[in-house]
Structures are given as structure tokens and as C-alpha cells.
Design a protein around this ligand. Structure first.
Ligand code: AMP
Length: 310
């Protein structure tokens, strides 16, 4: 595996791979790898000839008072994980390399960024979409892998690539969970043991929703209530939102039909957590529930994790 930090090196490496007839797979990340990240690298490795992982904690997608300074970092550990996953190129640019001067161009995906996490993080999706557009421009034609853990991000990036005719096929990959249901996240490193326990209320709420949908619940207000009540029973948790939306447009749904995303967010202590499930209603009583997959190994077995280092 080669590690580069310059935009020009990254661009050239991807161009050379394509010139040699190889397909390029891109996995954009902010690092502190866990099994969710690894699943994206694995999918890219299976489907593409030249696998590129980007590791960049993008300052412009953090709002004032958010956790940019505390965001967990472990570049050496991450490089070992990427190498073990068979990644060909790791791109780790400095902030000055990505933003030699403050950008005057912002990619804003109208509508899809206003609700859900956009309501409490009003600048987040512009920062994210802009840096992903930059990474797509640097990489060039490729398949880009994103996790459904960040369902709104996936919807925004998919729409951005379509609207801007970017030469990138955006691929959504399953949400990976720990054995007790907690969605893997680099931010889980912030959680103390009681908070870690409390955090399972998010996935419990989604399982409760799935159980009610399985026995016929189709009313969005009732579905939201089920999730809110489940999370309210956990005193360490403060609810941010529960939303029932169309999975592509992210527009609110009153009745459950088509493909529906149930997204939720809450803070535990000072840590903000998100989770979601997708339900496909096929008419009649049939419904396909996608709550993600369980990680094959105990995630806490990251030997060199030093949460909070930055
Ligand atoms: P991050 O480093 O948190 O910005 O995430 C980088 C990529 O990994 C994004 O596409 C995320 O959606 C994806 N990802 C993060 N956590 C998970 C997870 N638990 N399951 C699947 N994908 C994930």
C-alpha cells in the first residue's frame, strides 16, 4: 500500500491506474477505522481493481462547538487496517493541502440537507458535500463506497453526483452494528461504560419500530411515537429527532409506503449518535426491513485505540 498526502500524487495515481485499464474504487473516510469502514474497503476490494481510501477529518463539516478538536485519530493504526484490507492507496492530506486558501465555492444540495441531521447541524452537509465533490474531482471516474449508517449523507452524495454529472457511481453499503445492536461509529470511542450501555437505546428503538411494522403499523406518527418512547426510557439519552421520510427524497411520509427511512439521533453525555433503518413496502403485508448487519468480531478489540487523542 502506498500512502500519499498531496492532491497531485493522488490524482496521478488514480489516472495511472485507469490508464492501465484498472477500475478505481474510492472509500472516503475521516479515519479511526472500525468494522464499518472495513466493510466499505472490503466491498471496494471485491468490486474494483485499484482501491483508494481517503482519510481526512474535514474541518468544514464541523459546526462551531462540535468535536473537531477531539475527533479520535490514529493514522498509524488506520494505515495498518487499510493495508490488511488490501487497499492500494491511502490519501491523507493535511488541511492546508485540501484548502490552500479558504474556499469560496460550496456545494449545497437543496432540500435533502434541511431535515434530520441538517436541522441541528445546519452547515454540516454543505461542508461534507463540498469536500466529497473535491475528492471526486481529485480521484476522477470511480465507484465510491458510502455506508448506510449515514443514510442522509448517502442520499445527499448520490443526488449531488447525479445533479453535477460527476463521473462517479455512488454505492451504498450495509450499516454495520456491534453484537448488542449499537451502530459502529468512530464517536463511540467517546462513550464511558454507562453511556455505552445507554447508547443501545437507539438500535432498540429501531428494532421496536421494525417489530410494530412487521405486525402491520403503517402510520408515521405511531412509528415515531414507538421510537421516542423507547428512547425516553433511557435517562442518559437526550433525543434530537426521530423522522420517517422517503429514503431518496428525504421528504416526510405520513403513511409508510415505498421505501421509507426511519432516522434518529440522540446525544448521550456529550456524544451525538445517529442510527437508522430502511423499510421497503411492497404492497400487501410484505415489508423488507433493513437494520444492517452485525460485525463479525468484537469491535472493542482495536488494540491500539487511544480514544480522544488528536
Ligand atoms: P466516517 O469516517 O465516520 O466519515 O465514515 C466514513 C464512511 O464509513 C462513511 O461512508 C460512513 O457512512 C461509513 N460508516 C461509518 N460507520 C459505519 C457503519 N457502522 N456501518 C457502515 N458504514 C459506516
Amino acid at each position: 500500500m502506498r500512502t500519499v498526502s498531496r492532491v497531485a500524487e493522488m490524482r496521478t495515481a488514480c489516472e495511472e491506474a485507469r490508464r492501465a485499464g484498472r477500475t478505481v474504487g474510492l472509500v472516503p473516510t475521516m479515519g479511526f477505522f472500525h468494522a464499518g469502514h472495513r466493510s466499505l474497503m472490503h466491498a471496494a476490494r471485491e468490486q474494483c481493481d485499484f482501491v483508494v481510501v481517503t482519510l481526512f477529518v474535514n474541518p468544514t463539516q464541523f459546526g462551531p462547538g462540535e468535536d473537531l478538536g477531539a475527533y479520535p485519530r490514529d493514522p498509524d493504526g488506520d494505515a495498518s487496517v487499510a493495508r490488511a484490507e488490501g487497499v492500494d492507496l491511502l490519501f491523507m492530506p493535511a488541511v492546508e493541502e485540501m484548502y490552500p486558501e479558504p474556499g469560496r465555492t460550496t456545494v449545497h444540495v437543496e432540500g435533502l440537507t434541511a431535515r434530520l441531521c441538517g436541522a441541528s447541524r445546519p452547515t454540516h452537509f454543505d461542508g461534507m458535500a463540498t469536500v466529497v465533490a473535491k475528492l471526486f474531482a481529485i480521484t476522477g471516474p470511480c465507484r465510491a463506497y458510502f455506508g448506510r449508517k449515514d443514510a442522509q449523507q448517502l442520499a445527499v452524495v448520490t443526488r449531488m453526483a447525479a445533479d453535477l454529472n460527476l463521473p462517479v457511481t455512488v454505492i451504498g453499503c450495509p450499516l454495520v452494528r456491534e453484537a448488542d445492536g449499537l451502530a459502529l461509529s468512530s464517536r463511540n470511542a467517546y462513550l464511558g461504560s454507562e453511556e455505552r450501555e445507554a447508547a443501545t437505546a437507539l438500535s432498540r428503538a429501531l428494532r421496536q419500530v421494525a417489530a410494530e411494522i412487521a405486525v402491520g403499523e403503517r402510520d408515521a406518527v405511531a412509528v415515531r411515537r414507538i421510537a421516542i418512547d423507547t428512547m425516553a426510557s433511557e435517562p442518559l439519552l437526550t433525543l434530537d429527532y426521530v423522522e420517517v421520510v422517503d429514503a431518496t427524497s428525504l421528504e416526510p411520509r405520513a403513511r409508510l409506503a415505498g421505501t421509507v427511512l426511519v432516522g434518529l439521533a440522540a446525544t448521550v453525555g456529550r456524544t451525538r449518535l445517529i442510527d437508522n433503518a430502511t423499510f421497503v413496502f411492497e404492497g400487501g403485508a410484505d415489508v423488507i426491513a433493513d437494520l444492517g448487519v452485525t460485525s463479525p468480531g468484537p469491535e472493542s478489540a482495536r488494540p491500539d485505540a487511544r480514544p480522544g487523542d488528536s
